[in-house]
Design a protein around this ligand. Structure first.
Ligand SMILES: O=C(O)CCC(=O)C(=O)O
Length: 267
């Protein structure tokens, strides 16, 4: 999957790209079913909201076959390698639930702000590429981006260890106001199977989900191999230490699993 010159230029300018229908509904359904299984596990990697529902499952690619395949999927790895112009390793992997009624806020932040301060990642040569496993709508807690905010570099932030169960370096309201007045706020929405990729300095957030509809999104945080983290302060399942370049699998790697599951259900 190669990005066009126009897409590369738009990513550089706006800080994000959205691809509706990048994965089929069969592929998204498989992953959504696996997410439900993962959230049911009693593991330290599954972080919960104050209500007890899952907030995120870290490192699911290390203990679930479908998420392992997604972590090496060429439709996700190739565009990031193209943008970073280098082989990538998995810095972080999250299956974020934003559960119906109970999914809580993600405050305004830049991902590189956390990766740099907590993990000593040297440069913003890393980024997220995310797959919608549910339909994402204006009502169920979509991602909110401030276009072009990545052009401002890494901004001052405070360590928020109180608002949610996951500590994050978050931006002050006056900084967010100034950026949003200049760039506006966009919320990519669309059907399950859509993909969004965004610059690691792009300012983003998401509101609580008070709708009756879940909003599951998987995030691969991919980092250029030469830019690997230098500090091993956070748990290994949150900030990985395996800097092996990812070798993409075949494009039908998830559909093979769909076929295997259908066969085993039929027999
Ligand atoms: O899933 C969400 O709503 C937000 C996730 C996020 O901002 C992040 O992982 O950096």
């Amino acid at each position: 999957m190669k990005l066009s010159q126009e897409q590369m230029a738009r990513f550089d300018q706006e800080g994000f790209l959205f691809f509706p229908d990048w994965f089929s509904s069969d592929e998204a359904n498989l992953l959504l079913e696996e997410a439900a299984l993962v959230y049911g596990l009693d593991r330290k990697e599954v972080v919960r909201e104050t209500s007890g529902v899952a907030r995120t499952a870290f490192a699911a690619h290390t203990y679930n076959e479908a998420f392992s395949r997604l972590g090496c999927h060429p439709r996700l790895i190739d565009p990031v390698v193209q943008i970073l112009d280098e082989a990538v390793y998995m810095h972080q992997y999250k299956v974020n639930a934003k559960a119906a009624f109970d999914g809580e806020v993600w405050q305004w932040h830049q991902d590189f702000g956390t990766w740099h301060r907590d993990d000593e990642m040297p440069e913003p040569r890393a980024m997220n590429i995310a797959v919608f496993l549910d339909d994402v709508t204006p009502a169920n807690g979509p991602l909110l981006f401030i276009p072009r905010s990545h052009k401002r570099g890494t901004l001052p932030a405070g360590h928020d260890i109180q608002t949610t169960s996951y500590p994050l370096w978050t931006l002050d309201r006056d900084v967010v106001s100034e950026l949003a007045c200049a760039g506006g706020i966009e919320a990519p929405v669309g059907k399950a199977g859509g993909v969004v990729m965004f610059n690691s300095n792009l300012v983003h957030a998401s509101p609580p989900n008070i709708s009756p509809f879940g909003r599951t999104i998987v995030y691969l945080s991919l980092c250029a191999v030469s830019n690997h983290i230098r500090r091993y302060h956070r748990a290994e399942y949150i900030a990985h230490r395996d800097f092996t370049p990812i070798e993409p699998l075949a494009d039908d790697c998830l559909m093979q699993l769909v076929a295997e599951r259908q066969l085993s259900k039929a027999s």
